[in-house]
Design a protein around this ligand. Structure first.
Ligand SMILES: [Zn+2]
Length: 298
């Protein structure tokens, strides 16, 4: 048993937890080219990665997310780094762990493998499971307390990721999907409802479930989505990590419109709707997290 995970469960039972904000868009502010491999920066630009973590810790985040979203062999292979899974995930976890110390918990981040499972795609469940096993083992070895499976669209892939994390030894796994509005209500890109999406990861053993990085969702939408998530979460804690609006191109720069003040106003509404963990996704900054921090007294 990891005593930090026990402490995390006890703290979560007592008060809501504040997550951190975006990693990728923050590294882009520091010079990472859009579309470039951010995970390589765990090896080449560790000071910049530490700087992003430190900004969130200083803003009051209880949870720091590793810079390993695209750290599966599948995604890294697209950048010619498919053989560097262990190195880059280990480094990413160690960077976050070093900044977090005893002041925050480290979420070892894993995102989608970037393709489609059979029969829609060509990746077999065994291959994808092996990739998630390899990544999560390195994250836990590097000091991640929790595995965060995020931005999922396909419940089958999300379930594989949760099971792989547990098989690697994760004591606590968070699983979140990216939802969008449809005529039928909130759905993933694959057309999966909130109830079906959550049922898949709960059956796989997820301890905390929720949503991040929605497409075209306002903060008002996230409040109503939160209520739907809570209804489908079977009593498990719900996490919500909104992006700061939809990305817009302005003079060649990607911009996000929702301000820190708007996040501060949304935080009590998300908590009232039943969220127990709240952070930010793409476009959110340390200022967004600091603005929400008064709602999360330690
Ligand atoms: Zn995002």
């Amino acid at each position: 048993m990891n005593p930090r995970v026990t402490q995390l469960r006890q703290t979560l039972a007592r008060r809501p937890l504040l997550g951190d904000g975006a990693t990728g868009t923050q590294l882009q502010q520091l010079g990472l080219a859009p579309g470039a491999c951010g995970e390589l920066w765990n090896a080449t630009h560790p000071d910049h990665v530490r700087q992003v973590h430190q900004g969130y810790l200083d803003a009051g985040a209880d949870l720091l997310t590793t810079n390993t979203f695209g750290g599966t062999s599948f995604v890294l292979a697209g950048h010619g780094a498919g053989a560097r899974v262990r190195e880059l995930n280990l480094a990413g976890a160690r960077l976050a762990r070093a900044v977090a110390g005893d002041r925050a918990w480290v979420l070892g981040d894993i995102g989608p493998f970037g393709g489609m499972l059979e029969p829609l795609g060509e990746a077999s469940p065994d291959e994808v499971t092996a990739a998630f096993r390899q990544q999560t083992a390195a994250l836990l070895e590097g000091g991640a307390d929790v595995i965060l499976v995020e931005t999922m669209s396909d419940p089958a892939e999300a379930a594989l990721a949760v099971r792989a994390a547990k098989a690697s030894g994760a004591e606590l796994v968070i699983a979140t999907y990216s939802f969008q509005q449809s005529a039928a209500g909130y759905r993933t890109m694959m057309g999966t409802s909130v109830a079906s999406a959550l049922a898949a990861v709960l059956a796989a053993g997820a301890d905390v479930v929720g949503a991040n990085c929605g497409t075209e969702l306002s903060l008002d939408d996230y409040v109503s989505l939160t209520a739907e998530l809570v209804a489908a979460a079977a009593g498990r804690p719900v996490i919500v990590q909104p992006n700061a609006g939809s990305p817009r191109l302005v003079n060649g720069m990607i911009c996000y419109d929702e301000s820190a003040a708007e996040f501060a106003a949304a935080a009590p509404r998300l908590l009232a709707a039943g969220a127990r963990l709240v952070g930010g996704c793409c476009g959110s900054t340390a200022a967004h997290i600091a603005a929400m921090a008064p709602c999360f007294p330690r």
